[in-house]
Design a protein around this ligand. Structure first.
Ligand SMILES: Nc1nc2c(ncn2[C@@H]2O[C@H](COP(=O)(O)OP(=O)(O)OP(=O)(O)O)[C@@H](O)[C@H]2O)c(=O)[nH]1
Length: 352
């Protein structure tokens, strides 16, 4: 009987920096063979595409498995377990498995899945790493009006008055064996101290916390925690499990869709339109790639709330379809038609 393969679960809210952390980890893996399961939204495969473009020999495409169902926690039986089984049947088994959940996933159902007999004999959860966006927290993006939320809670005995963002944030934190307080480069020292205190208040006692910028955390601190989280579930329960006695949960609070557009003439016009669209429609996360007319490389686009960045990440390959493909995620209901029209209108205007 071989020893169990350690598996690290990386969770954290939309855009917190999970893929950035994984990319850093893969390029500092020092020969360790890591298989990666990436859970994301839509059929565009942004995270996998970014990681595969890493160019490092540890970022092997055959070791990256995509689960594009949007929420690994909702499809454990249908998607996750068969994927793990297929991975475990491979002749060249990995030294370590890393699962990057989507930003809206609850880690709890995933951790519990490691107790399924088909999986338990062969793998164990080495640890749950929760990445926190220190900048978003400092800007109050998880409870935009905390005073109003508190007043509402006090006015009613029912506890169900947290914002969906706030609840999800707490559920991801309470599941952690290690918290990475990321994006410290965007936050001043004093605000960072306040953010850390807030995060510590939500964590289970004894959970470690490390500060980081761009996911630069020593791989030795991330992999090899040796917790066996699937056997240590107490105190990790999500809001939903606590309120509904362990029943399943829903993600009706959030919505996502992807859209494709033809080539776009102007980078600046596109970015301006994206910024306006995000502001007007309260988009939480927008990411993807754009084909700018005449540019030999594709433009990677990353927006986390109002913060937008764009960079040419790699040349278009021969025969590759040059198109613009974006994933949009926000709180429900997202006005898909209006958001699409807003983005598309800009593309046409830019091309005119
Ligand atoms: N300034 C700064 N930007 C960061 C840091 N970490 C990540 N980013 C940027 O934040 C954006 C989102 O990062 P990702 O790593 O894709 O975040 P994610 O958590 O994988 O996102 P989802 O999978 O969509 O939830 C990208 O533009 C990153 O370059 C950081 O420490 N500092």
């Amino acid at each position: 009987m071989s020893t169990k393969i350690p598996t690290t679960v990386i969770t954290g809210f939309l855009g917190a920096g999970k893929t950035t952390l994984v990319r850093h980890m893969l390029s500092h893996a020092k020969g360790k063979r890591i298989a990666l399961i990436i859970n994301e939204f839509g059929d565009i495969g942004v995270d996998k595409s970014i990681l595969a473009g890493c160019g490092d020999e540890t970022c092997r495409e055959e070791d990256m498995i995509e689960l594009a169902n949007g929420c690994i926690c909702c499809t454990v039986a249908d998607d996750f377990i068969p994927t793990m089984q297929a991975l475990l049947e491979r002749e060249d088994r990995p030294d370590h498995i890393v699962i990057e959940t989507s930003g809206l996933a609850l880690p709890q159902p995933l951790i519990r899945a490691f107790n399924w007999p088909q999986i338990k004999a062969q793998v164990t959860v080495d640890g749950v790493v929760t990445v926190v966006d220190a900048a978003a927290l400092a800007e109050g993006r998880f409870a935009s009006d905390e005073a109003a939320v508190d007043a509402q809670r006090q006015a009613d005995d029912m506890l169900d008055h947290e914002t969906p963002l706030g609840e999800l944030f707490e559920d991801q934190l309470v599941a952690a064996d290690l918290v990475v307080l990321n994006k410290t480069d965007l936050v001043g020292v004093e605000a960072l101290g306040q953010v850390e205190n807030r995060v510590r208040a939500e964590m289970r006692p004894g959970t470690g916390i490390v500060r980081a910028a761009n996911g630069h955390v020593d791989v030795a601190a991330l992999l090899g925690l040796g917790v066996g989280s699937e056997d240590d579930l107490e105190g990790r329960e999500s809001h939903h499990e606590l309120e509904h006695d362990g029943e399943g949960h829903e993600h009706d609070d959030f919505d996502s869709f992807s859209l494709r557009m033809p080539r776009i003439a102007g980078k600046d016009a596109l970015l301006k339109t994206i910024e306006e669209t995000i502001r007007t429609h309260d988009v939480l996360r927008l990411k993807g790639f754009a084909a700018i007319d005449g540019a030999p490389a594709r433009l990677a686009i990353q927006a986390v709330g109002p913060r937008l960045t764009a960079y040419f990440d790699r040349p278009w390959a021969d025969g590759e379809t040059r198109e613009t493909a974006l994933v949009v995620i926000g709180e429900s209901p997202l006005d898909r038609a209006a958001i699409t029209a807003s983005l598309e209108r800009a593309a046409i205007a830019a091309a005119a």
